[in-house]
Design a binder for this molecule. Structure first.
Ligand SMILES: [Zn+2]
Length: 220
């Protein structure tokens, strides 16, 4: 089993996308993005990306599909296919078990629509037993400032997401809430603990606006 979280380093993109941008939907040159993706294909084999829409659809992959599935979680029990989730502050969640893996895109909307729980459920449908999770680099609870209204809405459902910025305004700790949510269904998950906004080696939508995307990639 292989898994990795990429950062900005080692690609061909320039300017605000420098350099290992994997997002085709963010305004970068498609030929350059595909060249960046090819460097990963060399290492990890065929990679299935998705057309992420902040929804709650999980797609089971048997073969790499040319047309990207509109979804926010991919699962597979096929060795030789790598699954990728692209992010720039949202949480790239990689789930692993003996015969099934998943890549999940979890932002604020994804936490509210239970995309991670649905991915775990799909893995169990495919025969997964003991599942563990790894949360990749994402914006941390000190940095993810939100309005009081948004904070109230999320905390009503996920009380452990409650956080404050260093200046005392409302913020959200989505990683902590996701770990608790996964624990509740028997999945132990850990966070690599890297904040995308604070760490310049990563793309951060909050920090930069127009920017690239890094990825979490997993295969059996
Ligand atoms: Zn931070």
């Amino acid at each position: 089993m292989k898994s990795i979280f990429t950062n900005r380093i080692g690609g061909y993109s320039t300017g605000v996308y420098e350099s290992l941008n994997l997002g085709l939907h963010v305004g970068d040159e498609p030929t350059t993005v595909n060249r960046n993706r090819a460097t990963l294909t060399e290492k990890y084999g065929p990679i299935q990306f998705m057309d992420q829409i902040h929804g709650n659809t999980v797609v089971s992959i048997k073969n790499v599909q040319e047309v990207l599935p509109p979804c926010d979680a991919l699962v597979t029990n096929q060795p030789g296919i790598a699954l990728a989730v692209q992010t720039a502050d949202c949480i790239p969640l990689l789930l692993r078990s003996e015969g099934v893996v998943a890549a999940v895109h979890v932002g604020r909307k994804g936490l509210m629509n239970s995309i991670a729980l649905r991915a775990v459920s799909s893995m169990r449908d495919l025969g997964a037993r003991e599942i563990t999770g790894l949360l990749g680099p994402s914006i941390c609870g000190r940095c993810y400032e939100v309005s009081q209204e948004v904070s109230d809405e999320i905390i009503a459902v996920h009380p452990t997401a409650k956080a404050h910025t260093t200046s005392g305004t409302p913020s959200l700790n989505l990683s902590r809430a996701l770990i608790v949510e996964l624990q509740n269904i028997g999945v132990d998950a850990t966070d690599v603990g890297v904040c995308t906004q604070e760490n310049l080696e990563y793309y951060s939508y909050r920090r930069s606006g127009v920017t690239g995307r890094q990825a979490g990639i997993i295969s059996l």
